[in-house]
Design a protein around this ligand. Structure first.
Ligand SMILES: [Zn+2]
Length: 363
């Protein structure tokens, strides 16, 4: 008899971070895991244990005592009644045995950090309502502002000159005109000399004053804005925040104290430096080329900005690593130059007067 159809159960072989849909059957004393693509796996029912899963309490995570790495994730707890020994601890049988279990425990945590959390975070990102995402963005923005403040007294200032803010909003509007965005974009400038920008959950795009100061002109700021809006559209920051928070939660279980101030710092550093995958960066660059061209601004501006950063920063340094890391800066500059249409008539992203106002947004 089939216990669960393949859309309710996923098997991880522990080698690759890929969930494999599987249909579950019970045959005598054995749980048969029939992978949709792959050979069936058999787990003796009395050797199946449940793994506590803080990241997604609604899921049931099972392991087999014979394989420290493999996991079975179920969306339906009704199957559990077939498994008699879910919460039994390992029998203590001398040192070798204990050492083996310690290795298995560490391996299991490694699987959680490397495999389960990214997967759950990615799935979870699809279920967070817009208000939740916005709240997550608000909270992380608060942490970042507090962490970046050097006086330790108050959060880092947001530059709120209304005229400058209006220029930024017009620019964001011009770049996103006619697009169906998953969230409204809110752009803020932080009063800090770092040459950087990042996106947060909930549609927040944050530029540092240092980036505006370093830009060779307004089009370069527009290009960075386009890139960050690209991250918002593909919801990279939300998945990233959930992953980081999830991993830190697991580290907290291991090291106890870790969940305090250190975790906030790690999370902050991760969100600002936002080491997205190479694919996510390439996609965001591509998105920037598109929205710039559509707004009549040269996509080459993104390449100019990268050149600028490379001149001022070297190939990779500090928190600006978001822009300076993989894929290689050279390739990204080239891609921006290739996106320029030789026959198009580009215009400036804003007037000289607006650019002056924007450069003054923090004073
Ligand atoms: Zn990026």
């Amino acid at each position: 008899m089939s216990l669960l159809p393949p859309d309710r159960a996923h098997y991880f072989d522990g080698d690759r971070p890929v969930p494999q849909p599987a249909e579950l059957r019970v045959d005598g004393d054995t749980l048969l895991i029939n992978r949709v693509n792959g050979t069936p796996v058999a787990w003796p029912l009395f050797q199946i244990r449940q793994v506590p899963d803080a990241a997604a309490p609604t899921n049931v995570v099972l392991r087999w005592t014979g394989d420290p790495l493999a996991r079975l994730i179920l969306k339906d707890p009704s199957v559990l009644r077939h498994m008699p020994m879910l919460n039994r601890a390992a029998p203590p049988k001398g040192r070798g045995r204990l050492a083996a279990w310690a290795v298995a425990a560490v391996a299991a945590v490694a699987v959680q950090i490397g495999v389960l959390i990214p997967l759950l975070a990615d799935n979870l990102a699809g279920f967070i309502p817009p208000e939740g995402e916005r709240a997550l963005g608000d909270a992380t923005f608060g942490h970042i502002r507090a962490a970046l403040d050097e006086t330790g007294l108050s959060p880092l200032e947001i530059c709120e000159d209304p005229a400058g803010q209006a220029v930024l909003e017009r620019l964001a509007q011009r770049l996103t005109q006619g697009r169906d965005l998953p969230q409204e974009i809110s752009v803020a400038v932080l009063d800090h000399e770092m040459i950087n920008a990042f996106a947060l959950p909930g549609g927040y795009v944050v530029l540092f004053r240092g980036l505006i100061d370093a830009a060779g002109g307004p089009d370069e700021v527009a290009a960075v804005l386009g890139h960050e809006i690209g991250h918002v559209v593909s919801r990279d920051p939300t998945r990233h925040a959930l992953r980081s928070a999830g991993s830190i939660g697991v580290l907290g279980l291991l090291f106890g104290d870790f969940a305090g101030g250190a975790a906030v710092l790690v999370l902050t550093e991760r969100l600002i430096s936002a080491s997205y995958s190479q694919g996510a960066e390439t996609d965001a660059d591509q998105f920037a080329h598109e929205v710039l061209a559509q707004a009549g601004i040269s996509p080459g501006a993104l390449g100019d900005m990268f050149e600028n950063m490379r001149r001022k920063h070297g190939d990779s340094e500090g928190l600006a690593a978001h822009f300076l890391s993989h894929p290689s800066l050279g390739a990204r500059i080239e891609a921006a130059q290739e996106a320029v249409d030789g026959t198009a008539r580009y215009t400036a992203s804003m007037s000289d007067a607006d650019w002056a106002v924007l450069q003054d947004i923090c004073s």
